[in-house]
Every structure is written in C-alpha cells, then in structure tokens.
Ligand binder design. Structure first.
Ligand SMILES: Cc1cc2nc3c(=O)[nH]c(=O)nc-3n(C[C@H](O)[C@H](O)[C@H](O)COP(=O)(O)OP(=O)(O)OC[C@H]3O[C@@H](n4cnc5c(N)ncnc54)[C@H](O)[C@@H]3O)c2cc1C
Length: 449
C-alpha cells in the first residue's frame, strides 16, 4: 500500500506516527471524525517515510490513541504566521471568512522578523515597458508603505524593516481584520475525511485540541500540512544561516532602529537537509558559539570596546525544506520567458544574477514573472492551499520564489481564494479564476506584465 493511501486511512501526528486504524475507531464518538478504513495489508503503527528518509530510525513505538476535543470551527485555518500566513489570514478575513491563525511562536513574521532577515527583496525586476518595474503590490506594498511612512523601515526599493515594529504592525492588521490567532500553539497533524482535511490538530499549553474547518492554508514554511495529507512534494537542501546582532558598536545610519548595531551572519557552506533535526540543532549551536565568540573578538578592535551580543535570531535561518509538487510548478524558463498564465494570481520581482542557457544574466536583465494559481494547489487534497516558501516552484527559481515579497503575494492569493472556496462551497481547484483575479486586482495586486 502506498504512503498516501495509508495516511489517508489514518490519524497523522507530528511524530509522523500513524495511529493504528482499529484504535482510531474508538474516537469517533469524541467528535473528531477520523476515517476508519483499515490498511489492506493489516499493518498498523507505520511511520511516515519522511522520518525514515531524513533520520536514522532504530525502532518503533506505538502512540496511544486518545480523544481530541474540538474547540473551534472557523471557515479557514492558516497554519503559520510568517509573511505568507499573515497575508493569507488577513486577506481571507477581508474576504468575509472566519479565520483562525495557528502560530508556534509568540509573534508574527516568521523568518522575516524572528529570523532577523529584514530587507524585503524581489519586489522589482525588468518590466516590458520600464527598465526597473515594481512587480509586487497588494498587501506587501500595504505593509511596506506603512512601515516606510512611519519611519519603521528604510529604503523604498527593498525596505529594510525594524523587526519589532513589523511584529506590531502585523499583529494590528490581524487584529483589525478580525482574525483569531493562537500563539504558542503548534499544529501537530490533521484528520482527513476522504480527500479533505477535516480538522487541524494543535498542541498547546492546554493540551491537544482539534480545530474543524472548511479550508486550510499551509503557510508553515516547511510544508507541514501537505506532508501530513500525503500530497507529493520535493525535499530540497539549502545552506543555513544564523543571524545575530551586536550592539554598542560605532554609530552608522545604515541600520534601524539601532544605529550602534551590526548585523552578523554565521552560515553553513554546505547545503543543509533542513529536515534532519539533529544536524540543524548542531548547526544552530555552533552558530551561537561562533557569533558570541566573534563579538568577544570584536571588542578588541578600537571603537568596539563596548560591543556586546544583543540577540541571536529566535527563528533558525532555514531557507527551504519541503516544496510542493503543485498542479503547475513555476520554472526558471517560465520566469525568464515572460510566460503568461490564464490563472495568474500575482507577480514576483527578481533577486540575484544567475546562469541561464550558458550565459550570466544580471539582475537588471531578469524580467518580473507571473505566479499561476495552480502553483498553490496540491495534487490530491481538495481543501488545502499552500503559500510562502513551500509553494510549487522549480529548484532554478528558488532564490526569488521564497523572498518575503513573493511569500506575501502567494499568501494574499491563497487567503482570497480560501474565502471564495468557502463561499462557493467548492474545492480549491474549482475557485472561479476570473472572480479571484477581479478580487485581487481590486485589492491592488499586479497581475499583468
Ligand atoms: C538566513 C536567511 C536570509 C534571508 N534573507 C532574505 C532577505 O534578505 N530578503 C528576503 O526577502 N528574504 C530573505 N530570506 C527568505 C525569507 O525570509 C523567507 O523565505 C520568508 O520570510 C518565508 O516566509 P514564510 O511565511 O513562507 O515562512 P516562515 O517565515 O518560515 O513562516 C512560517 C511560520 O510558520 C510557523 N510554524 C512553523 N511550523 C508551525 C507549526 N507546526 N504550527 C504553527 N506554526 C508553525 C513559524 O513559526 C513561522 O512563523 C532569507 C531567509 C533566510 C533563512
């Protein structure tokens, strides 16, 4: 029996351990309806192959079955409150849906604020009529323009933000849109009903709770939800960077809001398997040693006697892990050839030069590119949309596709589409494209070259 079929007949947890179907049957009375099908090979307690691919497994234990209380039933659950998740939650709520946002930390912004990766890149690229054209508008512009207007960011082209001001603004937007947020709450699995997610399971201080919903947006950055549903994806490797900030340095106007500050990076040279928790933890620890020790050395330089390590980013700087194998993964060719999609939901700017067809293409030569709605849609699960750094794109376009602005573009489209799917009682893939595009245009999103 293949993994997907097995998973669909099981309750799937954060541990990756699928609970024996016969044990699940006892729980139906608890209000969490879980599919009761028994795997045809009769094997119970199988482990997600994801764990087996990334860690060495020395044996198995069986997780006991238990009842999970349902405590909320919003229209839309958004998993993850990074740049993509905030955009999705705010836009779904503005579209009339009741929305619950689940966030494992106690702040919004994900890598942007918690990873201290502060400049918003990939907002511009070469345009058809303009040499340097603004591709990203909509909610990303709304956030960046507010930060710039208030003096909480510098550099209008690629705003470099004050992380605490950004957390404040994102929280205000969530609050004003009427989104309910659960902080310190880790999404831990899903229950399925056929090809639909029926509830999202959440671990929090209160215990394990279930949230029933009609649509889910996976904005976890790491594709947790589409991993649980068994939708296909690719696991990618990328180098990892721990960001820190040293205070007490000679003044400069480059940094905000603290002018006596220096940003520091401690990275791996090799591409890391971000799904290997042992390796990632080891690199995080080494990064902390490295940054602290570098600041001690810094103090011996004239002018830096008062330097100190102010903070190390609370979110580990993992760039990419799981990337959805969507209905249409954006390719590097698509991005270079002005590909126009009938289901375009937004555009991305560009970030770096690279080799293309044997020639080095500078940043200025790279066109803005379109993002199709299909790249947010998983192949199997009907009520799931994916936004942020784990939506569907090829390896070649990775650098642009996961930048903060592009994450917000995909988040905005996923949120608007989720609200429409709820309203129309349809699957994500059946959302009316003309209606979706009209709503996005009205919200200021750029769709055309
Ligand atoms: C070192 C580094 C430097 C970078 N530099 C730049 C740059 O200069 N400019 C730029 O534009 N981009 C940069 N990027 C890329 C960019 O920061 C990210 O790709 C982007 O912020 C990702 O946004 P996201 O919302 O998709 O995911 P994330 O920011 O990863 O957000 C995911 C959210 O989901 C939450 N979450 C995860 N699991 C769970 C769970 N089980 N339950 C509940 N919540 C969960 C997380 O806490 C987080 O808040 C950089 C990335 C790195 C790592």
């Amino acid at each position: 029996m293949d993994r997907r079929k097995f998973i669909k007949s099981s309750l799937i947890g954060a541990t990756g351990i699928a609970v024996a179907p016969e044990m699940i049957a006892q729980d139906v009375s608890a209000g969490v309806i879980v599919p009761g099908a028994v795997s045809s090979d009769g094997k119970a307690g199988a482990v997600s192959t994801d764990v087996e691919k990334h860690l060495s497994v020395s044996g198995y234990v069986k997780e006991p079955s238990h009842k999970v209380p349902v405590v909320a039933d919003p229209d839309v659950v958004v998993v993850g409150g990074g740049a993509a998740g905030v955009a999705a939650a705010v836009c779904a709520a503005r579209g009339g849906a009741s929305v619950l946002l689940i966030e494992k930390t106690n702040y919004l912004g994900g890598l942007w604020t918690g990873g201290l990766v502060l400049p918003v890149l990939a907002t511009y690229g070469k345009g058809r009529n303009e040499p340097w054209d603004k591709a990203v508008r909509g909610i990303c512009s709304e956030v960046c323009d507010t930060l710039l207007d208030k003096g909480w960011a510098v550099n209008p082209l690629n705003p470099r933000v004050d992380p605490e001001a950004t957390k404040y603004l994102l929280d205000k937007m969530i609050y004003e849109a009427g989104v309910k947020v659960l902080y310190n709450s880790t999404a831990a699995g899903v229950t399925m009903s056929g090809n639909r997610i029926e509830s999202v399971l959440v671990d929090c201080n209160t215990g394990r709770i279930a949230i029933k919903c009609r649509m889910v947006v996976d904005a976890s950055g790491d594709g947790l939800v589409f991993n649980w549903t068994g939708d296909p994806y690719e696991a990618r490797r990328y180098h990892m960077t721990i960001v820190g900030r040293a205070g007490g340095c000679p003044a400069t106007n480059d940094e905000i809001p603290i002018h006596e500050m220096r940003e520091m990076h401690s990275g791996t040279r090799e591409a890391m398997d971000g799904l290997d928790v042992f390796k990632v933890s080891e690199k995080q620890q080494k990064g902390r040693f490295d940054l602290f020790e570098r600041v001690q050395k810094m103090k011996t330089k004239p002018g830096y006697e008062n330097a100190y390590l102010m903070e190390i980013a609370p979110t580990t700087g993992l760039r990419v892990t799981r990337v959805l194998d969507s209905l249409h993964n954006v390719t590097l060719e698509d991005s270079m050839e002005w590909t126009e999609y009938p289901d375009v939901i937004g555009m991305s700017g560009v970030c770096d030069p690279f080799m293309y067809k044997g020639r080095k293409i500078t940043r200025q030569e790279r066109p803005v590119w379109q993002i199709p709605y299909r790249s947010l849609i998983p192949r199997e699960t009907q009520n799931l949309l994916v936004a942020g750094r784990c939506f569907g794109y090829d390896q070649g376009i990775t650098w642009d596709a996961r930048e903060i602005s592009t994450c917000m573009v995909t988040g905005q489209a996923a949120g608007v589409a989720a609200a429409m799917a709820v309203n129309s009682r349809c699957a994500a893939k059946d959302v009316n494209i003309a209606g979706l595009q009209k709503a996005l245009r009205e919200a200021g999103v750029r769709l055309d070259f």
